[in-house]
Write a protein of this length. Structure first.
Length: 304
């Protein structure tokens, strides 16, 4: 089970009922935060979620509307007596920017561990899931992120017997461990069936539409993508500012064959995004508007 909460949907500046951009997910006792715009910790508290379990912070890029909430968030985590290190991933220069912000948040009781991205693609494993970072196209270095939870195949006792696997090794092999026993080495594929469908969430904001987004969002259960402009006639401005329109995001969702699209990162001038949803839905029927603290629980497919 993967919990997903869109904490804020505003681009550039917060509005009275629209917080700046941030996304939080929870899986297996671990929480991940992508971006931390002004007011992010307020949104987390209003959602009733905890900041304490955040062990991975991903920064798409270092513009203020995506990181201005960091000092307050980190101070609150420190005041809650956190001592575990916090891992921060972001484009090259992330450390310099975050350390500058910490001038007003000195003396944190936990360490910050930085990983700066320089390559077009980056993959790590964390607390039972895979995180993929992929470079997108904005006015500064910027990355999108996919959180992927793989699901191993079902245990097949007939396969285990056919491979002459000792029963004491079955449980560990089911958990994905390699087992050495009786002078032989046994691997999980010797007792498991074909890998089953897992879960995938892709988050992408502040970019022009590029083929790499389709590639990395392919088959996502949930695709959260910027739609800076919804009104007609904003295509030229979107190109100039290196952002996207609702329709461009919907076309990416269609090409990536995702299950559902949430539009986010709305321009402050876009007061009523709901007035402009018909056109993107003609392109991709499952296009929906993001909103503050919009939440979704993703579960593995049930098996008959």
């Amino acid at each position: 089970m993967l919990d997903v909460c869109l904490l804020g949907t505003s681009g550039m500046m917060p509005l009275p009922r629209r917080a700046l951009t941030a996304l939080m997910t929870r899986f297996n006792g671990s929480s991940m935060l992508i971006d931390c715009g002004e007011g992010t910790q307020v949104s987390i508290r209003e959602q009733g979620w905890s900041m304490h379990d955040i062990d991975l912070l991903c920064i798409t890029h270092t513009h203020g509307d995506h990181i201005s909430g960091l000092p307050g968030l980190l101070l609150s985590m420190g005041n809650a007596e956190r001592t575990e290190p916090l891992r921060i991933i972001g484009p090259k220069g992330t450390r310099r920017v975050v350390e500058s912000l910490l001038v007003i948040a000195p003396g944190l009781p936990f360490e910050l561990e930085y990983e700066e991205l320089t390559e077009p693609f980056y993959q790590i494993e964390n607390k039972g899931y895979i995180l993929e970072a992929f470079r997108v196209r904005h006015t500064v270095p910027c990355y999108g992120y996919s959180q992927i939870i793989r699901r191993a195949g079902k245990f097949d006792p007939d396969k285990a017997k056919a491979n002459d696997i000792p029963m004491p090794a079955w449980g560990r092999l089911q958990k994905g461990e390699t087992v050495e026993m009786d002078g032989r080495v046994f691997t999980p594929d010797m007792v498991l069936g074909r890998e089953r469908k897992g879960l995938k969430v892709t988050y992408c904001t502040d970019t022009r539409p590029i083929p790499e987004i389709v590639e990395h969002a392919k088959g996502a259960d949930l695709f959260i993508c910027e739609g800076m402009y919804g009104e007609p006639g904003m295509e030229t401005k979107a190109k100039e500012k290196k952002h996207m329109t609702f329709s461009e995001a919907a076309l990416l969702a269609k090409r990536a064959e995702v299950a559902e699209l949430w539009l986010t990162h709305f321009s402050p001038s876009l007061i009523r995004p709901d007035l402009y949803l018909d056109k993107p839905r003609e392109i991709f029927a499952e296009a929906k508007l993001g909103k503050e603290r919009k939440t979704r629980i993703l579960n593995f497919e049930s098996e008959e």
